[in-house]
Design a protein around this ligand. Structure first.
Ligand code: CMX
Length: 139
């Protein structure tokens, strides 16, 4: 069961330039930045000041062979993923597998701020790369 829309992920070429652009254009504030070597990204979570709702996640590639670098080469900058927050990512993956959807990883991997994540293949989710996020606070 989905608890909330956690974030929308946007692929960008230059993280610092994008953080500055979102701040000066829309007034969004970076609340967290992080490097995730396994995912090959530098990332930032942005929110409107005082808003605890869904975040905008900026994703910049660390390496040419990363998913974000491939996305940028194919599609250019833009929305790369939609992330749903779930209470139990293992249970959610099992339920979706039982419906015949392909999950990208056999076991959840580490996402933002120690969360546990997995992805539904975009071809099984209406053309949208869907991320499932179990926040770290649940452990
Ligand atoms: N959204 C929608 N469709 C996408 C997509 C995306 N982000 N990425 C690829 N696709 C489409 C492609 O256009 C392609 O469609 P066609 O066959 O019609 O051309 C199809 O999916 C399959 O493409 P592919 O070349 O087989 O697969 P890719 O090598 O592009 O990999 C994916 C796609 C989703 C498996 C890969 O991006 C992946 O493993 N993603 C998960 C990890 C990730 O995105 N990490 C970065 C974020 C980290 C984080 O959030 O913490």
């Amino acid at each position: 069961t989905v608890l909330a829309i956690d974030h929308v992920g946007i692929a960008v070429a230059d993280l610092d330039a994008a953080i500055e652009w979102y701040a000066s254009t829309f007034g969004l504030v970076a609340t967290h930045t992080e490097t995730n070597e396994e995912q090959g990204v530098r990332e930032a979570m942005l929110s409107a000041p005082g808003d605890a709702g869904a975040a905008v996640q900026l994703l910049a590639p660390l390496r040419e062979d990363s998913a974000i670098a491939k996305f940028l080469h194919r599609s250019g900058p833009g929305i790369q993923q939609l992330a749903y927050r779930v209470a139990d990512v293992d249970a959610s993956c099992e339920a979706l597998r039982a419906k015949g959807l392909r999950l990208l990883y056999d076991e959840p991997r580490r996402g933002t701020a120690g969360s546990r994540i997995n992805f539904v293949h975009p071809k099984d989710a209406g053309g949208v790369l869907v991320e499932l996020v179990e926040p770290a606070a649940n452990h």
